[in-house]
Design a protein around this ligand. Structure first.
Ligand code: NOJ
Length: 571
């Protein structure tokens, strides 16, 4: 394209983000809960892995009803995790290693113990009343009785999305737990206050924000009933709060007020359940100045039917179709976030791979497939070790409010406890939250005290110390993948073509930049397979950039084998 200057790709297009769930990462003071000093003490490990950005799940003061996603002070640090000085030190130490730090921004809701909410609930004419969603009971009903809620919406954590406040005779909205009241973003003071708080963090040296359920901040007015699907207890409020009418305006305003002028150094990523490709393209179109990238949920919903506890088998063709559509949809403008794991998802190896015989190989395969897509990869703590789901025996082993509430409600409604437990074991968020496995010692080197949730007993084998020492480990495979993104421009910037979309076990695609073409081919099964690629024979003669089966180069892929080939093609 003669005469046209392409804009420099943003720095995060060649970056890899590592997510730390502070509660479960490293405990420095023996109280059984991870903390900031613990994280700082492990920065060399992260540096060795080669990541560019550290995303910290919430460390703010919080009653910990939802493990910190219920914030009672946006400008402090919970004593559980340390002090602001500890955080400053963590940021300084991360920066010294070339690692940026991104904070979790949870502003769809606060804790009910946040002073704003305490004031808001204190009287109907308090100036902060309108900072939250207060509504009278449904007309013609008795306030406080079941069924009197202002709308029929269910909360994500079971039960209705409205809580009755006896003192004022009104209800407040909480899409999550009753201790997480939703902020009213229609109120300009709320927005201004959040912007000010964000600027305060930037001034303190943070490098961006991961924005919690940010596509829920704009609600469609008037608030009204959603459709009740057959067999459901509550109506679906989603259509009224997912990507609501003012969402683009609110994000553009936030960008203008907080991010503008700092784009070249910051990262913003919006967590957006239910977002479509078309909406994501708008949110991430650089010309619209909203967010850099979004987390979408399509590929982590394919093994679920009616809600997350309704387990369905995963079809590889559906996974390829979904991820391929996202690659295509954001090819010309916008940008993808790439993830298998985070603190809300079960462990990827147990979910998409084989957590038995082929644990190591399938963990490497999953990393390879994900990191070779176009977008910014996110690694969740322990993923680089191939950590797997936990062997929870009974409901008492779970800690997560979502799982505990679901169990109680489902059993109350007549479900079989064993079946509910089975769903929790497969899909529950606590799978991701068992402590990071540092070594083979008691409690995996996570704490010298009693861990807040049990350590996976497999830590005697699956742990960071062993992985770092073994050049053939999942850890070193991830290290190579991260390095590849930095050293082979086609990984970050090449275009993407999905191959063999209908093949039930082979995941194959190419990436192309100028005269370089990369082929990623992976066998998502425990049986050997010969990929049905028309030019497979030609690829076999090309450079093998990365693989997960030593010495393998023949036409058959072994169980859970993945390869990345490189060749030069005519421009
Ligand atoms: C999404 C977060 O990732 C999850 O952990 C949390 O429970 C909800 N948002 C509510 O903040």
């Amino acid at each position: 394209m003669i005469g046209v200057t392409q804009p420099e790709p943003a720095w995060w297009t060649t970056s890899v983000v590592y997510q730390v769930y502070p509660r479960s990462f490293a405990d420095s003071d023996g109280d059984g809960i991870g903390d900031l000093r613990g994280i700082t003490s492990r920065l060399d490990y992260l540096h060795r892995l080669g990541i560019d950005v550290l995303w910290l799940s919430p460390i703010y003061p919080s009653p910990q009803d939802d493990n910190g996603y219920d914030i009672s002070d946006y400008q402090g640090v919970d004593p559980l995790f340390g002090t602001l000085a500890d955080l400053d030190e963590l940021i300084a130490q991360a920066h010294a290693r070339g690692i940026k730090v991104v904070m979790d921004l949870v502003v769809n809701h606060t804790s009910d113990e946040h002073p704003w909410f305490v004031e808001s609930r204190s009287s109907t004419d308090n100036p902060r009343r309108d900072w939250y969603w207060w509504r009278p009971a449904r007309p013609g009903t008795v306030p406080g009785e079941p069924g009197s809620e202002p709308t029929n919406w269910g909360s994500f954590f079971s039960g209705p999305a409205w809580e009755y406040d006896e003192a004022s005779g009104e209800y407040f909205l909480h899409l999550f737990s009753r201790k997480q009241p939703d902020l009213n973003w229609e109120n300009p003071e709320v927005r201004k206050t959040v912007h000010r708080m964000m600027r305060w963090w930037l001034d303190r040296g943070v490098d961006g924000f991961r924005m919690d359920v940010i596509n829920m901040i704009s609600k469609e007015l008037p608030l009204r009933d959603g459709v009740v699907s057959p067999g459901a207890v509550h109506g679906d409020g989603g259509p009224f709060y997912l990507c609501g009418p003012r969402i683009h305006e609110f994000l553009a305003e936030m960008h203008a007020e907080v991010v503008a002028g700092h784009e070249s150094t910051l990262l913003t990523v919006g967590e957006m359940p239910g977002v479509t490709v078309e909406q994501a393209r708008m949110f991430t179109d650089p010309a619209r100045h909203e967010v850099d990238m979004v987390f979408q949920f399509e590929h982590v919903s394919l093994d679920q039917g009616d809600g997350k506890w309704d387990l369905r088998p995963l079809e590889l063709t559906a996974l390829k179709h979904s991820l391929g559509r996202w690659q295509e949809g954001l090819a010309e403008s916008g940008w993808n976030s790439l993830y298998w794991n985070n603190h809300d998802q079960p462990r990827a190896v147990s979910r998409f791979g084989d957590d038995g015989e082929h644990r190591v190989r399938s963990a490497k395969l999953l990393g390879t497939v994900l990191h070779l897509h176009r977008g910014t990869p996110y690694v969740y703590q322990g993923e680089e070790l191939g950590m797997v789901n936990a062997p929870f025996a009974a409901i008492e082993d779970f800690r997560d409010i979502e799982s505990v509430n679901h169990y109680r409600h489902a059993v109350e409604l007549g479900a079989q406890p064993a079946e509910v437990l089975d769903a929790l074991r497969t899909m529950g968020r606590d799978n991701a939250r068992t402590p990071m496995q540092w070594d083979a010692s008691t409690h995996a080197g996570f704490t010298s005290g009693t861990p807040w949730i049990a350590v996976n007993p497999d830590h005697v084998e699956v742990n960071a110390e062993a992985a770092v020492a073994d050049p053939d480990s999942v850890f070193h495979h991830y290290r190579r993948l991260i390095e590849l993104r930095r050293t082979v421009p086609a990984v970050a910037h090449g275009d993407f073509t999905m191959l063999l979309p209908d093949d039930p076990v082979v995941y194959a695609f190419t990436r192309r930049l100028d005269d370089v073409e990369l082929l990623t081919v992976a066998n998502f099964s425990g049986e050997p397979v010969r990929p049905g690629l028309p030019d497979w024979q030609e690829w076999l003669g090309t450079e093998l950039l990365l693989g997960n089966v030593a010495g393998s180069s023949g036409p058959e892929l072994a169980a859970w084998e993945a390869r990345v080939h490189r060749r030069t093609v005519a421009r």
